[in-house]
Ligand binder design. Sequence first.
Ligand code: FAD
Length: 397
Amino acid sequence: MNSNVLIVGAGPVGLVSACLLVDEGIPVTVIESCPDLPRDLRASTFHPPTLDMLERFDVVSSMIAQGLICPTWQFRDRAEGVVATFELDRLRDETAHPYRLQCEQWRLGEMLLERLKTNPLATIRFGVKAASVRQAGEQAIVEAVNEAGETETFSGAFCIGADGIGSVARKAIGAGFDGMTIPEIYLTISTTYDFSKSMPDISNIAYLSDPQEWFVLIRTVNVWRALFPVDPTLSDEQVTSPELAEKLLQGAAARPEAYEVRHRTAYRVHERVASTYFSGRLAIAGDAAHVNNPLGGMGLNGGIHDAYNLASTIVEIMRGAPLELLGRYERQRRKVALDVVQQTTLRNRAILNTRDPAARAAYYDDLRRTVADPVLHKDYLMRTSMISSLRDVARIA
Ligand SMILES: Cc1cc2nc3c(=O)[nH]c(=O)nc-3n(C[C@H](O)[C@H](O)[C@H](O)COP(=O)(O)OP(=O)(O)OC[C@H]3O[C@@H](n4cnc5c(N)ncnc54)[C@H](O)[C@@H]3O)c2cc1C
C-alpha cells in the first residue's frame, strides 16, 4: 500500500499534521496553492493545551521569544471598566503553559515549514492548487494545477483536507456546511499606540462590551490589535479606509494625536460545522471542517487540536488499526466544534453586543460571580482555554 499521506493546504493545520506524521516516519506531500506562506494578519492567540501539543515540535520556546505571554484576560464594560479578570495561573497544575501566548500564526507556520524542509520525508509543493480530491480503491487521489498551468496527479494512502473555509476536500467528501454568516463585518486594526496609557488596568487581552459598539483589544509584541464590528452596508473602500480606522480608534481611546496604524484587515465571519469529517480515506480538519467568530481565539486552536487528533488517528490506522477509527476522530472533534467552540464564541459575542440592559446585567453578574469563586473561576478557565474539551472527548470511543 502507498505509505504517503497527501495534505492539501499549508496553513497551521496542514503543517502541524505534516510535522506529526513525518515524526512518526510517514512521508507526506503538502500541496499549497499560494506561492509561499502568507504573512497576513490572522489569529495570534495560542491557548495552553495547544502550546503543550506544540512542545513536541520544539517550536514553543521560539514562539515565546517572538511572542507575548499574557497571564490574564478580561471582560470590560466600555463605560464602566473591568467586569471580570481571569487569571490563567490558576491552571498551573493542569498545563505546562498556564497563560495565553500572543504570537501571530504566520510565525508558527514559518517555524514548522523550516522544520519540514530539513526532513526528507516531507515534500512541500507551493503554487499547486488542488482542483479535485477523490478516492480510487485504497488510494486517495488529488488532481492539482501547478504554476505552469499543468495538471499533476498525486496519490497517497490518505488525504487530509486542511484547505480552509473554501475546502475542495470538504466538497469531495460530500459534507454539508450548515450554519450562519454573522451580519457585521469584522475589522482588525493594528496600532503602535499603547492602550494601557488610556486604560491602566487593562489586561493584554480585553473584550469590551457595549450596547452600541463592542470591541476587542489584544496586545502583541509590537502593536495592539483592535477588532471592531463594522456596518456591512459600507463599501469595501469605506470599511478599510484610514478615516474609519481613525474614528474607531479615537472612539476606543480619545487622543489629541492621530493613531499610527500598521495594518487593517476586514473579513466576513461565519459559524459553520461540516456535517461529516471524513469519507473513506479522505478527511478534513481546521477551517475546512468548522469556522467560527474569533471571540475567544478558538478557530486556530481548535484546528490544531483537530490536526493532532487526525494525524495520530492516521498513524494508528497505518500501523494496523481499522479504517473505521476515523469515525472516532469525527465523533470527538465534531462534538468540540459544535458544543464548545461554536457555543463559547457565540456566547462571547452575545455578552459583548447584547443591547437589553437586564440581559447585560445578568451576564456581568454571572462573570463577577465566576471570578470571585475559586472553583468556578478555574472551571471557566478549563473550558475557555480548551483543556476540558480535549479531556472530555478523549473518553468518546
Ligand atoms: C482575515 C482573517 C482573520 C482572522 N483572525 C482571527 C483571529 O483574530 N482569531 C482567531 O482565532 N482566528 C482568526 N482567523 C481564523 C484563523 O486564521 C483560522 O482558524 C486558521 O487559519 C485555520 O487554519 P487552517 O490551516 O485550517 O486554514 P488556513 O489558515 O485557511 O489554511 C488553508 C491553506 O490551504 C490553502 N488552500 C486553500 N485551497 C487550496 C487548494 N484548493 N489547493 C491547495 N491549497 C489550498 C490556502 O492557501 C491556505 O494556505 C482569521 C481568519 C482570517 C481569514
